[in-house]
Design a protein around this ligand. Sequence first.
Ligand SMILES: [Zn+2]
Length: 362
Amino acid sequence: MRRVAISLVLVLAVALLAVAPANAAHRGHHLSHHHSHHGKVVWDSTSFTATAGQVAAHGRVPRGRAKVRLQVKLPGGWHTFATSRSSRSGRFSIAGALDWYGAHHVRVSMSGRPGFKRSTTVNVLTSYAPRGNPADHAFLTQDGIRYSFDPCRTVRYVVNADDVGPAGVQFAQIAMAQASAATGIPVRYVGTSHQIPFQTQQTRLPGRQNLLIAFADETEMPDFVTKSAAGFGGPLWYRPALDGTRHRVWETVEAGVVFDSTRWLAGSYDWSFFQSARPNWGELMLHEVGHAFGLDHSPATDEIMYWQAGHGVYPDGQFRGLYDAGDLAGLATDGLGQGCFHRVGRFREGARALVPGPQPLP
Ligand SMILES: [Zn+2]
């Protein structure tokens, strides 16, 4: 009965998000500024709501069959996010997901000779008006260096929902879609897990998993009781790297998030994501996932990353699992705007290449 109710609420919430005012007024066809005898690009879609649209273009390259790329400009270079091939006559169409809030410089590019490039600005919109102040965020750091996933690698995540059932997986997927749109880091759900993070400092994730989202009870995770927390999150393993502008960064290679399944079953928080009259699991999920992506606590009560759940009530008396302006600004810094990472052996002599993460935060 409860499971059915949760599923219904989720379906409704997702449907609402999908049809929310998409600010799609700017849709239209515009030719790129350079008309050329040597090819052309028509941009079919350059403005859309994150996760509900994509960048699309068609046209003709000044050559026959060739590889055509859709690229976004990052510090340190252009990053390809879709590829296609032109026909014998040079005609092509290309489309790619760019679920990354903000205005971005995007181009269609064909390498070789003659080369061909046409660029435009793409606007990826939020489906809601974020509350709060963009300055209200803080980063997890060590020696003044931020922790972050490499924004150019897909974060492959698994969910251990053994204690709570499929709703736990659905909640995790909604949280991850929001984190992905805020950071621009692609994410992929790769299946279930039976593992629990943070029980020891040496938890390793198998295969190519980068993030474990788990539910565990209070005997499996006594810290839920001793630290009076409904969840924990943070990096599990990290290594030194340089970002696109060659600044030092701790590359999070594996991260973990764990929630108190005892409180889930007891109904300590509302089983909803986007709207409820009391604090909900959506807010909690976003909060711990925020730690996994490199955010520390915010001092402001109207941010998801405020240290305590339950203070983020909206003026209409509702609680919402939506990242606020400070959260979004912090996640943007820990995202694709850093450029692609380059791994380095060590920052200083004697430092280890792969290091266990700090204590997870509640
Ligand atoms: Zn926290």
